[in-house]
Design a protein around this ligand. Structure first.
Ligand SMILES: [Zn+2]
Length: 345
């Protein structure tokens, strides 16, 4: 079979690899129908310090058809249509029992990281019973591939942690795929006002199309003043930080209202300042969360019921065998106006 394989920092190739086989009784082999490229895949490949092994197949998102199952897999059988969670989990350990699948003692982010991933014609999924989800056979697979990682991340770490409610004011910092997915899923809770903050006018224009009420471009606006002006000086009930920079984290602390919530999603590579000298008396909550994908079952129901359309986040479609070209497009994300790239086998 063909797969996108990491070799050394910055070096990858689309090459022939052995088709995966059942290694444990709880495994399933999935024939990929749709997969996606995540910005984290690009970081893994281009990081100057190797974080993954030579020969690793990349990718942690996908939908497909079950090709084979191990003898202990109970919930799935050959030919079932499935959604692959980006988080692999045993379903039995202490953390799994709390639905904290990202911290599974035997799992977590394995696909395309610790074991071979989904940017390939076939993938082996460990702990299949807890790491795969049934999807309707007649459903649009492009909608469901967005539920492997992007939409649950925004929903769990942003919308749920940020406790968004009817009539609330919300600011989302960062209009990348995760920020935009937060914009889509936040609207399921009918907040009165969603303010999207980014530095890219193209993305902000798109945010307005996806339902933002106001946009603020931090490259030429003083965002604190703009948000306070839009909220009668009060700030917003919920700030979703989906940018992961020291400046954007500080901004979150400056625009949160009294009694509000800061829901961090951003991956912070550096330390940040938490200004407790201003925040200690504001009754706020701050949450950190990494996606567990425990929300996938409810998100599948919302997509099937046409209450949520994650295909709005797809900007580019390629065939899987064009994946090298697709990576080049992602490397020029701003110029190419990339939100999410989907690959079809
Ligand atoms: Zn577990």
């Amino acid at each position: 079979m063909k797969a996108l394989v990491y070799h050394s920092p910055g070096q990858k190739s689309w090459e022939e690899r052995p088709k995966p086989t059942i290694e444990h009784h709880t495994d399933a082999i999935v024939k990929i129908l749709k997969t996606a490229i995540d910005i984290n895949d690009l970081h893994l490949i281009n990081d100057s310090v190797p974080v993954i092994s030579e020969g690793r197949t990349i990718g942690h998102e996908g939908v497909g058809i079950i090709e084979a199952v191990g003898s202990e897999v109970k919930n799935f059988k050959t030919n079932d249509s499935v959604l692959i969670s980006s988080v692999t989990s045993c379903g039995k350990c202490e953390n799994c029992k709390k639905q904290m699948y990202s911290h599974c003692e035997k799992g977590g982010w394995l696909l395309g990281n610790v074991i071979d991933g989904t940017q390939a014609e076939y993938v082996r999924i460990p702990f299949a019973d807890n790491s795969l989800y049934h999807i309707p056979e007649d459903a649009d697979p492009e909608a469901f591939v967005m539920l492997s990682n992007v939409v649950p991340t925004a929903y769990e770490c942003g919308v749920l942690c940020g406790k968004i409610g009817v009539g609330d004011s919300v600011a989302i910092i960062g209009a990348g795929p995760i920020g935009m997915a937060a914009l889509l899923t936040a609207q399921m809770y009918s907040p009165a006002q969603i303010i999207m903050i980014d530095f890219d006018d193209n993305r902000l224009r798109e945010a307005l199309e996806l339902g933002a009420n106001h946009v603020v471009n931090i490259s030429h606006e003083y965002a604190v003043k703009s948000v306070l002006d839009l909220t009668k000086g009060k700030g917003v009930q919920t700030v979703i930080e989906a940018a992961g920079m020291p400046t954007t984290f500080s901004l979150a602390g400056e625009i949160v209202a009294v009694g509000g919530h800061i829901a961090n999603i951003g991956i912070h590579g550096k330390g940040v300042d938490l200004h407790l000298e201003h925040l200690f008396s504001k009754n706020i909550t701050l949450t950190t969360h990494i996606v567990d994908t425990s929300s996938i079952p409810v998100l599948i129901k919302s997509v099937v019921a046409n209450k949520l359309d994650p295909t709005k986040l797809i900007s580019h479609l390629f065939n899987l065998n064009q994946i090298m070209e697709a990576y080049k497009v992602l490397e020029n994300a701003k110029h190419e106006k990339v939100l999410k790239i989907i690959l079809t086998v």
